[in-house]
Design a protein around this ligand. Structure first.
Ligand code: ZN
Length: 268
């Protein structure tokens, strides 16, 4: 190696070290951030997911549909979950999805987002915020788009809700660097039958790339046609616990607030 090549190599190594130190400092000096989210307010959240999280003192975000009978019937258990540090997120009052899209045969005329006005969508989501505040007393939380649908016609309805939320979770998969996270549409990996190895591999990829990893679960050990095996879920949680010195596991609202503060400070 001649001197010029040697200097070039040194320069690359220094850039690498600098980039690494910047990236690891952004997630409270841990390698990455991981958020566990659970959609649709189902019994399995309270029966399986929350006991598993509580047993390891991990926090999750539960996106509640206000009209779900599981919210009505088990309101005290949701309140207790919030008291234990879990986030009750907003997943709209009636979970409307765009019935005009392909594969949406399950959408009923009443809950067809494509037939909504924007103001109706916004009002129903705000009513759900009122309901959630009555349960947990909190003013700040995150939103998750039902079916990942962000638009009514040409209008992004969250534009009228942004000031009321710390962020909004979408459904597109992706690991995101802190400055690249779109707080209006936070990426996540939807889990449906994948193994513990697959999920742990995602966490390791996030650790290596110093990124945000968000999991999206529905059923945990049953309770929904989109499901994760109870043992696989438990293995993931144990891996996160065993590596808690290197992984920041927190609710979507706390991680989104942290990202917002970082992005505002950086002017991005
Ligand atoms: Zn949903």
């Amino acid at each position: 190696m001649n001197i010029r090549n040697g200097l070039l190599l040194l320069a690359f190594l220094m850039i690498g070290v600098n980039a690494k130190s910047q990236n690891t400092s952004v997630w409270h000096n841990k390698q990455c951030a991981v958020v566990l989210t659970y959609d649709d307010a189902i019994d399995a959240d309270l029966d399986n997911a929350i006991p598993a999280l509580d047993s390891l003192k991990l926090k999750g975000t539960f996106y509640l549909i206000g009209s779900s009978p599981v919210v009505y019937k088990r309101v005290n258990e949701w309140r207790l979950a919030a008291k234990h540090g879990h986030e009750l997120g907003n997943h709209a009052l009636f979970h409307p999805c765009d019935g005009s899209l392909p594969g949406r045969g399950f959408v009923t005329p009443d809950n067809d987002l494509s037939k909504y006005t924007v103001s109706r969508a916004v009002s129903e989501i705000m009513v759900n915020n009122t309901l959630l505040k009555a349960i947990d007393g909190k003013d700040l939380r995150t939103f998750a788009y039902p079916c990942g649908d962000r638009k009514i016609g040409d209008v992004f309805f969250y534009d009228q809700l942004r000031k009321n939320f710390a962020g909004a979770r979408g459904v597109s998969p992706g690991l995101q660097a802190i400055d690249k996270v779109d707080l209006d549409n936070i990426d996540c990996y939807a889990i449906n039958g994948q193994s513990a190895d697959y999920m742990i591999d995602l966490v390791q990829k996030a650790m290596q790339s110093h990124t945000l990893l968000v999991f999206l679960f529905h059923g945990v050990g049953g309770g929904h046609n989109i499901n994760v095996d109870l043992t696989a879920h438990s293995k993931l949680l144990h891996f996160l616990k065993q590596n808690e010195k290197s992984i920041w596991v927190d609710t979507m609202v706390d991680v989104a607030q942290h990202i917002k503060e970082y992005q505002m400070a950086k002017g991005s």
